[in-house]
Design a protein around this ligand. Structure first.
Ligand SMILES: *[C@@H]1O[C@H](CO)[C@@H](O)[C@H](O)[C@H]1NC(C)=O
Ligand SMILES: *[C@@H]1O[C@H](CO)[C@@H](O)[C@H](O)[C@H]1NC(C)=O
Ligand SMILES: *[C@@H]1O[C@H](CO)[C@@H](O)[C@H](O)[C@H]1NC(C)=O
Ligand SMILES: *[C@@H]1O[C@H](CO)[C@@H](O)[C@H](O)[C@H]1NC(C)=O
Length: 311
């Protein structure tokens, strides 16, 4: 008997506060074995064990099934909002047409206007430089050929989209970009719906200021494949010169027309270049009056909730 008591004290001293709460229960139960109340002690022991196991299991079930779901919905960073007016440059890869374009962008989320100046590539002789002014309040697209000083006025076919993270976006990751120690932190968002929809859009935005870094949009719809990667750089807040949204004089005489109009020379046979191929039934093309200019403007009819192409 003294031996049992000694063991009980010993195990209690070692285990009670250090390792596990169950040890305390074991230790005190061992002590009770030494007394005359052995049957009652056993009943108490079993009862306490059941209570403990029940409590632990209950905690597990609540935490495992309810708490994390609520946590995921109710806490964590919300999509930030990019400043409504900004300017900058962008490089857009269209992986379907395997073409890369660089743009100078002025984005007016207040007046619902966009101005996109397509940078000419100096190594492509004959390539024209285009300025696109998009007025979403009047549903008008001005396509200005800066080399020929001509203007084509057509209707926009895409709805207005704020350039920011959609409020229903899913947070994918948060990390530092750039050199170790002197980088900056970004968050990566997507349109993925957990267990319901794979992502077709990924947007990487800075945590400080909510500035776009990279956007990727893809849709493998066989009728209408889309795949864009756009990088943003040299961004500045505000619009330095609001006049960039004013259509030039050459556009004033034009009226908005649904079909592109042009006055070809008598012998002029317009060369249509489709980008992507004409077989794409959701695709629409506007052409210009210069046969060397290539595609002037093109966009998809299909509307998405997420930003992808710049025009
Ligand atoms: C987004 O654009 C709509 C117009 O389509 C506007 O009413 C809304 O305020 C804009 N939201 C933000 C955050 O700029
Ligand atoms: C503002 O933009 C307009 C149109 O592009 C241009 O004619 C004008 O020179 C610009 N003003 C300044 C101060 O840069
Ligand atoms: C072009 O836009 C004008 C004005 O917004 C509208 O009246 C006209 O129906 C549009 N045309 C087409 C073909 O959508
Ligand atoms: C292209 O757009 C014009 C007007 O904008 C419309 O009449 C025509 O049906 C469109 N074509 C296709 C293939 O969507």
């Amino acid at each position: 008997m003294p031996c049992v008591l000694w063991v009980a004290r010993n195990s209690s001293a070692y285990l009670s506060d250090l390792v596990h709460p169950m040890a305390k229960l074991e230790a005190s139960s061992t002590r009770l074995f030494a007394s005359a109340w052995r049957p009652i002690a056993n009943m108490i022991r079993v009862f306490m064990l059941l209570m403990t196991v029940g409590a632990v299991l209950g905690t597990y079930i609540i935490q495992g099934n309810t708490a994390p779901t609520l946590t995921r919905v109710n806490t964590g960073p919300k999509p930030c909002q990019t400043i409504p007016q900004w300017e900058g440059r962008a490089s857009e890869w269209n992986h379907i047409t395997e073409s890369n374009n660089r743009y100078i962008i002025s984005f007016d989320g207040v007046g619902l206007r966009k101005r996109v100046l397509k940078e000419a590539k100096s190594f492509m002789p004959g390539e024209r430089q285009y300025n696109y002014i998009m007025e979403f309040k009047t549903n008008t697209l001005y396509t200005i050929n800066l080399n020929l000083n001509t203007c084509t006025v057509t209707n926009l076919t895409q709805p207005w989209q704020n350039h920011t993270i959609p409020t229903d976006a899913t947070l994918e990751d948060e990390y530092e970009l750039g050199a170790p120690g002197s980088g900056f932190r970004v968050r990566e968002w997507s349109d993925r719906l957990p267990a319901r929809r794979a992502e077709s859009w990924i947007g990487i935005f800075t945590i400080a200021g909510c500035w776009p870094i990279v956007e990727i949009f893809t849709d493998d719809d066989p009728q209408n494949p889309v795949s864009f990667t756009t990088r943003f750089f040299d961004l500045t807040p505000g619009i330095a010169n609001m006049s960039v949204f004013d259509p030039p004089e050459i556009c004033k005489s034009q009226t908005v027309h649904p079909e592109p109009e042009f006055e070809p020379e008598p012998e002029f046979e317009p060369e249509l270049e489709f980008d992507p191929p004409i077989t794409n039934q959701n695709f629409n093309v506007t052409i210009d009056d210069d046969k060397d200019s290539g595609p002037v403007n093109s966009y998809f009819k299909k509307g998405w909730n997420y930003l992808k192409s710049w025009f």
